[in-house]
Design a protein around this ligand. Structure first.
Ligand code: GLU
Ligand code: MG
Length: 501
């Protein structure tokens, strides 16, 4: 019961010196919004919630409000309720804790446009019908001196991936690792990235909802540690109009759960491809735990299930961009030959393919199977040892809940349809003559947000996964942001987007 659990969580937080708890949700423009309560009010917040206007669904990145058919009006109220299973004392904000919140209406029903609820539903449905998915979101960011003028020169001068940058910011980077670890996250890697003043951190994969929550927590932590070191943090996809940007690549995999038999019976009226892929999903769900994307039988060793799943994602990438690269600034980053994945193709370890198959440790032409007996332990070896899919075209202006829900929905649709992959691409597509790209069916992803939004608007899979209301609100918010920047040049888009996410 929420009340009892809240009482014990509150007692624990008090014992750890927590005075206040930030309850967050991410809006459709990708901004994390917060309502905060004193620790003594957490119990009440868990039971009756904290009031929040439904108009947040229609907020733009500059805090203007779009006028949507299903959002944006001043009337009504929602209740934010903290997820008590994910309350975390914040290491870099002493006296504070954080909890992701779910939004309910005043009758206690989940808000139909709550993105966290939509990811939970999609992930649970996927696990129930096929297999549990695992996910992780890679975080890239750029640091600046926190001067009143914002400081236009990054706060680390060393070369790309250079140790010098680590030495320059040694205390800062150590404090990030320490804070993330204290907050229960497993840091896989932290390193200087390509662009000036740019860094990256990756944490161990989790179930999709956990991964989306963690991406909020990781960014909040990086920002808070930075503030204590006199640094300002930008997660913007474009920090200079023509440079390499900050990505927010999504990593996904499918694992056999430790318990057997995850699949469900095919429904009446399904085609034979759907039945066959459900059969293979059911088979994949049986037996011990482990990797199921790769079994050596399909292209690049993908399993049938893995191929269908990947093909579903690939086919929907232009539409998925509207939730994975959802801002006007996203398209300053999403350019060829910058490892951002600007082409709608897949490839094995190809960093210019929007969909990269990461094979992990290849042994004798086959990806290594992590010697795992339980899901968490195997998950923690995942980045290094296990094959998975990386969607590179996404960035951190995405609402992570929407992004992962969209990916799972499209992968699910690929499984249902028995979708097949085209040939993998093993070069930077930008280096191929246009005629060769056309012959191989390699298309550039949308170069403008407007194109992605059109594809998203017409996408029945994403409309069904998000529900008509949220689907419509997302289109409204995107078009209002496009309008906001209609007359802006690239530098102005960068300037107005730099500190928002
Ligand atoms: N910074 C690149 C991007 O915009 C990604 C570099 C990498 O492959 O990690 O996505
Ligand atoms: Mg990177």
């Amino acid at each position: 019961m929420d009340g009892e659990k809240a009482a014990s969580v509150t007692a624990e937080l008090r014992a750890r010196g927590v005075d206040a708890v930030a309850l967050t949700f991410v809006d459709n423009s990708g901004i994390t919004r917060a309502k905060c309560v004193p620790v003594g009010r957490l119990e009440r917040a868990a039971v009756v919630g904290v009031g929040a206007s439904p108009s947040f669904d229609a907020f733009l990145l500059n805090d203007d409000l779009a006028a949507g058919r299903y959002a944006g009006g001043p009337v009504g109220d929602l209740r934010l309720r903290p997820d008590l299973d994910r309350v975390v004392p914040l290491a870099a904000q002493p006296g504070w804790a954080w909890a992701p919140a779910d939004r309910f209406d005043q009758l206690g029903r989940p808000h139909p446009q709550d993105t966290r609820a939509i990811l939970r539903r999609e992930a649970e449905g996927f696990a129930e019908r096929y297999l549990p998915a695992l996910a992780g979101i890679e975080i890239e960011w750029t640091i600046y001196p926190a001067r009143p003028d914002g400081g236009s020169r990054p706060a680390a001068a060393g070369p790309a991936y250079g140790l010098e940058r680590v030495i320059e910011q040694a205390d800062y980077l150590r404090d990030i690792v320490r804070a993330l670890t204290e907050q229960g996250l497993t840091v896989e890697q932290i390193h200087p990235e390509y662009a000036p003043g740019q860094f990256e951190v990756s944490t161990a994969p989790e179930d999709p909802l956990g991964a989306a929550d963690s991406s909020v927590l990781v960014r909040q932590t990086i920002r808070a540690v930075g503030a204590r070191h006199g640094l300002r943090t930008s997660f913007s996809p474009a920090v200079v109009a023509a440079g390499v940007g900050n990505g927010g690549h999504a990593h996904v995999s499918l694992r056999r759960a430790p318990r057997a038999g995850q699949g469900s019976a095919p429904r009446a009226g399904q085609g034979s491809a759907a039945r066959a892929s459900q059969d293979s999903a059911r088979r994949a769900g049986q037996g011990g735990s482990g990797e199921v994307l790769i079994d050596g039988t399909g292209p690049a060793g993908l399993s049938a299930l893995g191929e269908h799943f990947a093909a579903g994602i690939l086919a929907h990438l232009p539409a998925l961009l509207a939730v994975g690269a959802p801002s006007v600034a996203s398209y300053l980053r999403l350019r060829p030959s910058r490892w951002a994945g600007a082409f709608a193709c897949w490839g094995v370890e190809n960093r210019e393919a929007a969909l990269r198959l990461v094979t992990g440790l290849a042994v004798g032409g086959q990806a290594a199977q992590a010697p795992d007996s339980d899901l968490k332990a195997s998950a923690e070896q995942w980045f290094h040892a296990s094959p998975h899919l990386e969607i590179k075209c996404f960035d951190l202006t995405a609402n992570p809940y929407l992004m992962l829900a969209g990916v799972l929905a499209c992968g699910r649709s690929g499984i249902e349809d028995g979708a097949r992959l085209p040939e993998p691409v093993d070069v930077d597509p930008a280096t191929l003559p246009a005629a060769e790209r056309a012959r191989r069916g390699i298309e550039a992803l949308p170069g403008r947000l407007a194109e992605a939004v059109d594809a998203f608007e017409a996408d029945p899979v994403l409309r069904a996964a998000f529900g008509v209301e949220l689907h419509d609100t997302i289109v409204t918010v995107r078009r209002a942001e496009i309008e906001l920047f209609a007359a802006a040049g690239a530098d102005e888009v960068v300037a107005q987007s730099l500190w928002r996410h």
